[in-house]
Design a protein around this ligand. Structure first.
Ligand code: PLP
Length: 465
């Protein structure tokens, strides 16, 4: 799900054999005996057969084998427990093996785990869609369910294109996006990722050409500078006749750079979209469900997009599920158009098991004082990250909600640093220059301290070049 393109260059070096030496006992799930071979059979076969995200099969970096997980901890096959600072790529907001989410899954699986969604409906999906409409910004009234974040982005883009076709304006078929953005790995999503750090160059012949405005420069709590939107305003005005939609990540640019920008920027984008008759797609796949301190990051600017994408934390990290919401204006346009329907329908659309867990996860979040909890994590991260500013190899640190970022001066060697983090009992997976944490919301202050102290110890001993 995430930019790990640095793997191609820096991280295929020096990763021989066993990532940890503490191989005394083999986990109970590994039904093998210890041999001279330092790696478990699972991990050997993993390297033989399995492709991991952004990974090489000719120069594989050994993966760690998880045998169980509970709370904020991942248990490895050697019995060691790691505090998970990643919430499994920002999804596991309630931690692992949560009794309420387990019960929701077990309860649903005993009824039915899946049925087709063409011509059939069920309570888990209907409840979820109603819930999503209620909790998202006003005006997002219709929900299209899909399997993953990238697909939710494809669906959003297709909605925008089909809307303009239905309005008799098929030439509005381009998108305007922001530099440093990330929207997924499928082809339409790739076309709106950052054109330099994304995969545009490699796939130059096949990725659609879109328009890009500079990344917002005014930071989240800084005073607004109208100059910051000038280039965006010029592009949208010049290209409005060919633009179907603007697509952006509200407030937090995630996997494209972990940048936090001013709500005023987002407000101005909304105004400019209205002025020039261009739809606004908010990709809240990373920010949705409280991560930035608001339930949805659009709330920072008090705006409603025309189309919104949700994913990642929607099931509390239990299963893959995503949603694309849109306004009634968009859905009416599409459905009253020539096709008479929206032209999309995933096989596993509205998977009941995933919807049941999503309902339980959202109820669990909303029944807690989640906002105070995110504020607690934010305050704690600010205190914990402050000392990093004094390190020679650190460019800066920044915190928003339950997101803490340490930007290094140089890209880190992932394979090397991952070993050191694991030796400290923490799971942190940097990309490029960015070492960051997006922990489960249940992480206590003491666990945060342990997590960030571990990072400090590793970075303090990492050479600055
Ligand atoms: C992760 C992410 C995606 C892609 O989601 P997948 O489930 O990995 O396909 C899209 N947009 C944003 C903002 C993301 O963070």
């Amino acid at each position: 799900m995430q930019k790990e393109t640095t793997l191609f260059t820096t991280d295929t070096l020096g990763n021989t054999g066993n990532p940890s030496n503490q191989f005394g006992e083999i986990g109970t799930l590994n039904n093998i005996t210890k041999t001279d071979q330092p790696q478990s059979q699972i991990r050997q076969k993993d390297q033989q057969f399995v492709w991991h995200p952004y990974s090489s099969l000719t120069a594989p970096i050994p993966a760690y084998q998880v045998v169980s997980a509970h709370g904020v901890y991942l248990t490895l096959d050697d019995g060691s427990e790691l505090i998970d600072g990643m919430a499994s790529w920002w999804c596991a907001i309630h931690g692992y093996n949560h009794p309420v989410l387990n019960a929701a899954a077990k309860n649903q699986i005993d009824k039915f785990s899946h049925v087709m969604f063409g011509g059939i409906t069920h309570a888990p999906a209907v409840d979820l869609c109603e819930k999503l409409v209620k909790i998202t910004p006003a005006g997002l009234d219709k929900v299209f369910l899909s399997d993953s974040g990238s697909v939710a982005v494809e669906v959003a883009i297709k909605m925008a294109f089909q809307y303009w076709i239905s309005q008799g304006q098929p030439n509005k078929n381009k998108l305007l996006s922001l530099r440093s953005g990330y929207h997924g790995d499928t082809f339409a999503a790739m076309s709106v990722c950052d054109p330099v750090t994304g995969m545009h160059q490699m796939f130059d012949q096949v990725v659609a050409k879109q328009h890009f405005a500079p990344a917002p420069q005014t930071r989240v709590h800084e005073e607004w500078d109208e100059q910051d939107i000038a280039e965006f305003a010029k592009i949208i005005s010049d290209k409005k006749d060919q633009l179907a939609a603007v697509i952006l990540e509200p407030i937090v640019q995630g996997a494209g750079g972990m940048r936090f920008y001013s709500p005023h920027y987002l407000k101005r984008v909304r105004q400019l979209c209205d002025q020039h008759n261009v739809l606004l797609i908010a990709d809240e796949i990373a920010t949705g469900f409280g991560r930035s301190g608001k339930l949805f990051a659009c709330e920072w600017a008090d705006i409603s997009p025309d189309i919104m994408c949700l994913g990642k934390a929607i099931t509390g990290g239990y299963m893959t599920l995503a949603a694309t919401l849109c306004s009634e204006d968009v859905s009416n346009g599409i459905c009253n158009g020539e096709a008479g329907c929206f032209m999309h329908g995933p096989t596993f659309m509205g998977n009941p098991l995933a919807c049941a867990v999503a309902n339980a996860s959202i109820d669990l979040l909303l029944s807690s004082d989640w906002q105070a909890n995110i504020q607690r994590i934010e305050a704690s991260l600010k205190i914990e990250l402050a000392p990093f500013e004094a390190l020679d190899n650190v460019a800066e640190t920044r915190v928003l909600g339950a997101i803490g970022v340490i930007e290094m001066k140089q890209a880190v060697n992932l394979a090397e640093i991952q070993k050191q983090f694991v030796a400290e009992g923490i799971w942190v997976r940097p990309f490029g220059k960015l070492v960051y944490v997006m922990p489960p919301y249940i992480t206590t202050d003491q666990q945060l301290h342990q997590l960030v102290s571990g990072i400090y110890k590793v970075l303090a001993s990492t050479p600055s070049s």
